[in-house]
Ligand binder design. Structure first.
Ligand code: OVV
Length: 396
């Protein structure tokens, strides 16, 4: 028998919630394993156990209902739904397989060299600058260079790319005035993205060409190949920019952790992994119920939206010791910062590689890494990240 409904008037998309998400997550966790958010008429799960379970149970919790708050079973999406994120099995298997095959250890090893050259050059450019605005000068330039290089694209126009990212991830949130204003640029930005995904806009060596080769081999259609390249552009740039930025911030805020990384730069990958638990760019995603069902004592309706707070799972004291402590030596065995299950981030090994190479170069080449004034959060829904991060730096 379902119990009485557990409800909350918290608004996870509000600026006040987003300015301090972890305290709000703790409030939600205290209420129960699944809570009804009155403002949006959606469910939310916030404990590691339920986050993992909902993400894994694709039969009851669908992706075809859309990656965000918009319910595709009831409303139309602003863009053609993603054919990898916003589909269920069996359709999902074909597209997922094509992308999975791109990220072999050999392919990643080939990327590593290019990433290292870029990271080292970047650190050397900023090391003796004294004071920098780290987001625009240190963080953004790295994914904005290595990602298009790996895909086989010409350099990305920073401004267009970041507006597009705002649309994709902002589109996962509510239809606010901020969002409607941003969407005035949708026709122009969509045309720009579409052009970047054409086969003729990609070189023969990158991940993009490999997707079109899979289309030549009959694994997907050529139209689908174009949409899969779009998924790369949608999911691969803002996410890594924000994750790397938040990790730089965590290190600057924890001088003893920064010193530990400098003493042993081989901790770079572990530091980035810990930041993906402690303060990840991806805080939440959505599922939609396929049918009416009882879950954790609550009665869910058919096609109800479920907000899955992976950022809260990363701070759940049931799973992590001292979850609010940033500790780059922590053993991470229950990471959900990349999601999990059949929709777990398909390029997560590439993201980890970017982080590893970036933070190793940072540790090897930068001495001082200290905040000079307060950083600014970007309080838009979809992704967590910093707008600005003023730092004092010096060469090592
Ligand atoms: C994981 C993710 C985020 C945003 C967009 C997409 C995927 C996509 O496939 O378009």
């Amino acid at each position: 028998m379902a119990q009485q409904r557990i409800t909350s008037d918290l608004d996870p998309f509000s600026e006040s919630f987003r300015a301090d998400p972890y305290a709000h997550y703790a409030q939600l966790r205290a209420l129960g394993p699944i809570v009804w958010l009155e403002k949006y008429g959606i469910w939310v799960v916030q404990h590691h156990a339920q986050v993992k379970e909902v993400l894994t149970d694709f039969k009851r919790f669908s992706n075809a209902g859309g990656g965000g708050l918009t319910n595709y079973f009831k409303e139309k999406s602003w863009r053609k739904p993603s054919i990898i994120l916003e589909v269920d099995p069996p359709e999902h298997e074909r597209t997922r397989r094509v992308l999975m095959r791109l990220f072999t250890p050999g392919a990643l090893q080939k990327m590593r060299v290019g990433f290292q050259v870029e990271a080292n050059a970047l650190m050397d450019r900023i090391a003796d600058r004294g004071e920098i605005e780290a987001i625009s000068e240190l963080v953004q330039p790295f994914p904005l260079k290595v990602f298009p290089d790996a895909v086989g694209m010409p350099p990305l126009d920073r401004d267009k790319m970041l507006v597009y990212g705002g649309m994709v991830f902002g589109g996962f949130g509510p239809r606010t005035a901020w969002y409607e204003k941003l969407m005035e640029q949708a026709p122009e930005i969509s045309a720009w993205v579409d052009a970047r995904c054409e086969r003729s806009a990609l070189n023969d060596e990158g991940l993009g060409a490999a997707i079109y080769a899979a289309a030549d081999a009959g694994q997907v259609t050529h139209d689908e190949a174009k949409l899969l390249v779009r998924s790369f552009l949608s999911a691969g740039v803002d996410t890594t920019i924000d994750s790397i930025g938040l990790c730089v911030n965590a290190l600057a805020q924890h001088p003893e952790q920064w010193r530990a990384l400098q003493e042993d730069p081989s901790l770079a990958r572990a530091a980035f992994e810990e930041a993906t638990r402690y303060d990840s760019s991806s805080q939440s995603l959505f599922r939609t119920t396929t049918e009416a069902l009882e879950y954790e004592g609550q009665q869910l309706g058919k096609h109800d939206k479920v907000l899955v707070l992976i950022g809260s799972a990363g701070r759940d004291p049931a799973v992590w010791e001292e979850p609010d402590r940033f500790d780059i030596r922590r053993r991470i065995t229950a990471q959900v910062g990349y999601g999990t299950g059949i929709h777990g981030c398909v390029a997560q090994m590439m993201a980890r590689l970017e982080g590893e190479v970036f933070f190793r170069a940072l540790a090897e080449r930068i001495g001082r890494l200290e905040p000079t004034s307060a950083s600014q959060l970007r309080l838009t829904p979809g992704l967590r990240g910093l707008l600005t991060l003023p730092l004092a730096v010096s060469p090592r």
